[in-house]
Design a protein around this ligand. Structure first.
Ligand code: NI
Length: 168
């Protein structure tokens, strides 16, 4: 296991469309997922996409309670219009937060690290995380989804103003 370096906004790897994973059961992919999980937990994130660790492949991980879940070659369908406001941050945009409109519900499908199919629906924060992480696979960062730039700031200042809950 290893903690990987996280790319920050401005690095071109974050603006590229990532390629599908050819073989989800490749041990290298399993190692990448393990390292991404460790990196996300170490950094205090809720999700992490492979391009954020300089790997332009279509997979992401997220926190699922105490566990970490992974989705390889994901496809996300919005089940509601993308108009539900909510706060989000990004490990590639450290120290900042923004209020971003997203769909409240999504359907997702993809593969797990055993190559088996994964499918389901998500709502609320998990739906938001999936949209955010899936965007990374298309080279999209959350500021590109924003509609109100008055709701964009440093986490520390937003927390001081009582706009958001303080969080690492
Ligand atoms: Ni992000």
């Amino acid at each position: 296991m290893a903690i990987l370096k996280i790319a920050r906004m401005g690095h071109p790897v974050l603006l590229r469309r990532a390629e599908p994973v050819a073989d989800p059961t490749d041990p290298e992919i399993r190692r990448l997922v393990t390292d991404m999980a460790e990196t996300m937990l170490d950094a205090g994130g809720l999700g992490l996409a492979a391009p954020q660790v300089y790997v332009p492949l279509r997979l992401f991980v997220w926190r699922n309670g105490e566990e970490v879940a992974a989705l390889i070659n994901p496809e996300i369908d919005l089940l509601d219009p993308p108009d539900t406001a909510g706060w989000e941050g990004c490990l590639s945009i450290p120290g900042l937060r923004a209020n971003v409109p997203r769909s409240a519900r999504v359907a997702f499908r993809g593969l797990d690290v055993n190559g088996g199919p994964v499918a389901g629906e998500a709502e609320g924060m998990l739906a938001r995380i999936m949209q955010h992480e899936n965007d990374h696979l298309d080279g999209v960062l959350y500021p590109m989804r924003m509609s109100d730039f008055t709701l964009f700031g440093f986490t520390e200042e937003l927390a001081r103003a009582g706009t958001v809950e303080p969080r690492a």
